[in-house]
Design a protein. Structure first.
Length: 158
């Protein structure tokens, strides 16, 4: 089974760059041959096309999303439930075309266009600082090793 480990987020926006920074870290590590590591921080239409062509058996998405939890909080889940109405889906598509990078939008549009396999895992960290700059705040920095271990477990490396 082909597995994609992917980050989604903005670069140089402190904690919001968690997904792309994790990808850079993961690209330095050794993974089984069936595992690909990629930054998906670009337009959702292009991402959906890529996912539709590649036919992964499992996708692990990593990013920072503000949900008003304590900074550095990790949340792992599988996207389920109903999709939003057509107006919101169109709005998310418009934002994506305009250059907005959003893990939530990618999840909604990927599910809407059936670009994801059945097995999708999302790992989010709660950001503290979304200002311009490099480096994570202490709470998010603490999440790096935990997320690394979570991803290793998801791909079957214990």
């Amino acid at each position: 089974m082909k597995v994609l480990v992917a980050g989604v987020g903005y670069t140089v926006l402190r904690d919001l760059s968690f997904g792309p920074e994790m990808v850079r870290k993961f690209q330095l590590l050794e993974w089984p041959q069936n595992v690909e590591v990629e930054d998906l921080s670009y337009g959702p239409v292009a991402v959906i096309q890529k996912l539709t062509e590649k036919k992964y058996g499992k996708i692990i998405l990593i990013g920072a999303v503000k949900r008003n939890r304590p900074a550095g909080t990790l949340h792992k889940y599988r996207p389920r439930g109903s999709l939003p109405d057509e107006e919101e889906i169109q709005g998310r598509m418009g934002e994506g075309v305009a250059g907005v990078i959003s893990l939530d939008s990618l999840l909604i549009l990927g599910r809407f266009y059936q670009a994801f396999p059945e097995n999708v895992v999302v790992i989010e960290v709660e950001p503290e600082d979304d200002s311009w700059g490099e480096g994570f705040t202490p709470g998010v920095e603490e999440a790096v090793e935990k997320v690394t271990q979570m991803v290793r477990e998801e791909v079957g490396i214990v």
